[in-house]
Design a binder for this molecule. Structure first.
Ligand code: CU1
Length: 130
C-alpha cells in the first residue's frame, strides 16, 4: 500500500536549518518534504532550498550550483546527482517536493543541503532511511 510520509524543515535568516537529521521510516513509499522559510529576508539575499543527494555527491552538487544561477535555483541543469529538490524561497514562504522512496537505498548515506551560494557548509543535514 502507498504511504506518503510527511517531513518538515525550516530555514532561517540566520542561515540555519532547524533540523540536522530527517528520518524516513522503512514503510514509506514516498516522502513529501515541506520547507518553510521562517525569516523575513528576500530570496535574493537569504534564499533557501532543500536538495537531497548521496553524501558523497553533496559537495559537488553545491559547487556546481554556484554557477547555475538563481533562476535555476542554484542547481546545475539536469544534475543526475540530485535525488530531490525544492525551489529557492525567501522569508515567509514555503514550498514542498514529493519523491518516491524507490530513489533511496537502505544503507546508503544521504545528505541534504541548501545550494544558495555560501550556505551549504552550514545548511546541511543527514537523511536516514532505515
Ligand atoms: Cu540557504
Amino acid at each position: 500500500a502507498a504511504k506518503v510520509c510527511k517531513l518538515e524543515i525550516a530555514g532561517t535568516d540566520q542561515m540555519q536549518f532547524d533540523k540536522k537529521e530527517l528520518v524516513v521510516a522503512p514503510d514509506c513509499t514516498s516522502v513529501e518534504l515541506t520547507l518553510k522559510h521562517t525569516g523575513k529576508l528576500p530570496a535574493q539575499a537569504m534564499g533557501h532550498n532543500w536538495v537531497l543527494t548521496k553524501t558523497a555527491d553533496a559537495a559537488g552538487v553545491a559547487s556546481d550550483g554556484l554557477g547555475a544561477g538563481f533562476a535555476s535555483d542554484h542547481i546545475k541543469k539536469g544534475d543526475a546527482r540530485v535525488i530531490a529538490n525544492t525551489k529557492i524561497i525567501g522569508g515567509g514562504q514555503s514550498t514542498s517536493v514529493t519523491f518516491p522512496t524507490s530513489k533511496l537505498k537502505k544503507g546508503e548515506s544521504y545528505t541534504y543541503i541548501c545550494t544558495f551560494p555560501g550556505h551549504s557548509s552550514i545548511m546541511k543535514g543527514v537523511l536516514k532511511f532505515n
